[in-house]
Design a binder for this molecule. Structure first.
Ligand SMILES: Nc1ncnc2c1ncn2[C@@H]1O[C@H](COP(=O)(O)OP(=O)(O)OP(=O)(O)O)[C@@H](O)[C@H]1O
Length: 232
């Protein structure tokens, strides 16, 4: 299977703070990988580094063999649009939503590429099929939704663009266990169709047995393949 992502020797951080240390990490086409580790060990920073949203970094990040890493000397976010067009989509941690937009408007924000924008109606339908509670809320303001519904909007927004690699940052954060399990179930019900997914989670039990591989992250370093374990 071809590699979607190949990270070699990635070091990254904020200001004087070095958060990631010499990371090597690979993801294959269509693979579902759990990135597990406690709060503050660098999962979000790894996602930000891949999407070019950290202040500085060094090392190589190949997306479909094309270099999207480098020094970030142009500043955080400058390369992000090109990286999205190259096939990356990310759901940030928590409720990164716009409370004044409706569900439909919010989802459309994720239809970033020309093709995704053209197909936005069909893609919204796809998101409603994955997260059925959102269908009747299409014209509701996102700020009025429950935490679980908001998370569905947040994850759904990333699915509005056809990407080959989705980075989903802690989909369960702050949700009741039953609700987070339903968000994750819905995500895994998506046909693989060559879409690779890396899901960062503190709650290992939520991913156990559902991902192809779990990788641990500790103190800014990858701690190897921990397989299909359940810590609960
Ligand atoms: N914008 C920032 N500026 C400075 N330091 C940051 C910033 N964001 C994160 N950090 C620091 O980087 C380290 C790793 O944080 P990161 O958010 O990547 O971890 P995480 O494993 O994703 O945990 P969490 O689940 O809390 O997001 C922490 O020490 C954190 O304080």
């Amino acid at each position: 299977m071809a590699e979607v992502l190949k990270i070699t020797g990635l070091t990254a951080g904020y200001g004087p703070l070095r958060v990631l240390h010499e990371i090597d990490f690979r993801v294959l086409e269509g693979e579902r990988v759990g990135l597990v580790g406690l709060n503050g060990h660098g999962k979000t920073t790894l996602f930000r580094a891949i999407s070019s949203l950290v202040g500085w970094q060094s090392g190589s990040i190949l997306l479909h063999g094309r270099e999207i890493g480098g020094s970030r000397s142009a500043g955080p976010g400058r390369k992000t649009p090109a990286i999205v067009r190259a096939g990356l989509a990310m759901t940030p941690q928590g409720d990164a939503i716009f409370p004044g937009l409706t569900v439909a408007q919010h989802l459309d924000c994720g239809a970033y590429t020309v093709k995704a924008w053209r197909d936005r109606k069909a893609r919204r339908e796809m998101v409603f099929d994955i997260f059925p509670p959102l269908r009747k809320l299409e014209h509701a303001l996102v700020g009025r939704l429950s935490g679980g519904e908001r998370r569905m909007v947040s994850v759904g927004r990333a699915l509005m663009v056809e990407a080959s690699l989705y980075l989903i940052d802690e989909p369960s954060l702050g949700l009741a266990p039953k609700i987070s399990a339903s968000v994750i179930e819905a995500l895994f019900a998506l046909p693989k169709d060559g879409r690779a997914m890396v899901i960062a989670e503190q709650n290992v039990a939520l991913l156990s047995g559902k991902v192809d591989r779990m990788v641990g992250m500790h103190a800014g370093r990858i701690r190897g393949d921990v397989g299909h374990v359940s810590l609960y």
